[in-house]
Design a protein around this ligand. Sequence first.
Ligand SMILES: [Zn+2]
Length: 268
Amino acid sequence: MPLSLPSQAADKRPVLFDSHCHLDLPELLPDLELHLASAKAVGVDDFLVPAVQSSAWLPLLALKQRYGFYIALGVHPWWASESEREALSQLEALAALPEVSAIGEIGLDFALDEHSFALQRQCFEAQLQLAGKLKKPVILHHRKSHNELVQVIKHQQFSQGGILHAFSGSFQQGKAFIDMGFKLGIGGTITYERAEKTRKAVKQFPLEALVLETDSPSMPLNGFQGQINTPAQLPLVLTELAELRGEDPLQIAKALWNTTAQLLNKIA
Ligand SMILES: [Zn+2]
């Protein structure tokens, strides 16, 4: 076989950035090297791994040293508690390290019990403030909380942007975040016909406002329900996005990779 063939084929294959995958969670960590290799074999070359709680911060820094992927440190709203709020005092020094690309995963989840809302808000507001101080972007979790997130971001005059992860919602809801300098994380949601509003919205957003993600091990794609999601599934999200938008997958991949890399390389 002529030597030029493999490199030509490689040039035509989209190179993808999984902007949200929890490779440090117990579902994925034991086979981490296998998951990285399977992802790379299908063109998924870069990864952002966001922490979900304080006990993950130091292990994630160690994993970053070893494997070189991007990381974000923070407390996810599902883990918001009195002790996690207290742990935030240690976040400032760690998150200031150049190895840490963003503050995350942070946000508000109003599908949880109402009793958790006050602590969720305290944790979110403190971490958003920290990101502003460190001039780093944030990785945002949302569920039934679009309006409240917008309110807090505006109130704090937070201007570092970030990613609204696992975007689902209307064009207007997405646009509110784009107008504040955020990118929308596009994942498995768009593979479900029932996500009509979201599928319609992703056709209308400017390409430079979008990034790709799997949210592994969560959010399996349509047809893979009940299975553990992995970054190797990301090309299927790209295919769906390209079909919805009627655009060339290679061009989309290139634009979205650039957007993600630019956002995460913005270091204070
Ligand atoms: Zn997540």
